[in-house]
Design a protein around this ligand. Structure first.
Ligand code: AP5
Ligand code: MG
Ligand code: ZN
Length: 229
């Protein structure tokens, strides 16, 4: 898919399996586009670390790699979308994750005379996803993802994006069992959403196995943007 889009008002979905690089590419896109990053997983983890009722409910599902029920998830994400200032773009990451969520999103946007402009499907094989997730660490404050150094085996201690260096930790759902379940759930419940967007003509497939910068170039190209700053 080619063609430029109005970048400041862009409404985007970053789609792909666990470990595909949705969060990584969102961080890079934020540097290029004046749009907000709305990650359903980050929202749940924020609730978890604040000890809210919603966080406690989500914990059990997340730690075994299951989807949090739609009754909770859809309201949480669409409330966030509804607070976007008029005309401000956003990128959804990790939502929608089943056809029910996709329909609810479409309907909520249609009520505001809006629609999703592009869905970027980052494709990566399961073996590579498992390798990435077993080496992934994130910042407790801003949730930026990091990778353990392949030679030393060390993860960074502090986040380079947070002013006072947020603590780096490993997610509770990056255990082997939870990852296996997350991948199974992705293939069974989430991947079918691709057909919904493919039929709408807004889906772009992005090969996601190459280096982060290379994938970012493909993402920018799919949005009609050039790689250079
Ligand atoms: P969520 O937080 O959305 O997790 P996920 O979809 O499983 O995806 P990840 O965050 O693990 O992967 P990512 O694609 O962001 O990869 P990243 O950039 O970090 O959801 C967690 C849980 O919350 C769910 O299981 C569910 O329980 C619940 N939930 C969330 N949304 C929900 C919904 N809509 N409905 C119901 N429940 C919901 O990269 C991974 C690693 O790879 C990093 O170390 C990174 O540095 C590295 N990396 C990235 N790109 C590359 C590259 N090109 N080459 C090499 N390494 C790379
Ligand atoms: Mg993520
Ligand atoms: Zn941080």
């Amino acid at each position: 898919m080619t063609g430029a889009v109005a970048t400041g008002t862009l409404r985007l979905v970053l789609f792909g399996p666990p470990g595909a690089g949705k969060g990584t590419q969102a961080q890079l896109l934020k540097e290029r586009l004046p749009i907000d990053h709305i990650s359903s997983g980050d929202l749940f983890r924020h609730h978890l670390s604040n000890g809210t009722e919603l966080g406690e409910l989500a914990r059990e599902y997340m730690n075994r790699g299951a989807l949090v029920p739609d009754e909770v998830t859809i309201g949480m994400v669409l409330d966030r979308v509804a607070t976007m200032p008029d005309g401000r773009g956003f990128m959804l990451d990790g939502f929608p994750r089943n056809t029910n969520q996709a329909a609810a999103l479409d309907e909520a946007l249609a009520q505001r005379g809006q629609r999703i402009d592009r869905v970027l499907h980052i494709k990566v094989d399961d073996d590579e996803l498992i390798r990435r997730l077993s080496n992934r660490y994130i910042c407790r404050k801003c949730q930026k993802p990091f990778t353990r150094d392949p030679r030393s085996g060390e993860a960074p201690k502090r986040c380079d994006d947070c002013a006072d260096g947020g603590e780096i930790y490993q997610r509770d759902d990056d255990t082997a069992d939870a990852v296996a379940n997350r991948l199974a759930v992705y293939h069974e419940e989430t991947a079918p959403v691709l057909d919904f967007y493919r039929e709408g003509g807004i889906l772009a497939d992005i090969p996601g196995e190459a280096a982060v910068e290379t994938v970012n170039g493909l993402v920018l190209k799919a949005l009609g943007l050039t790689a250079e700053v």
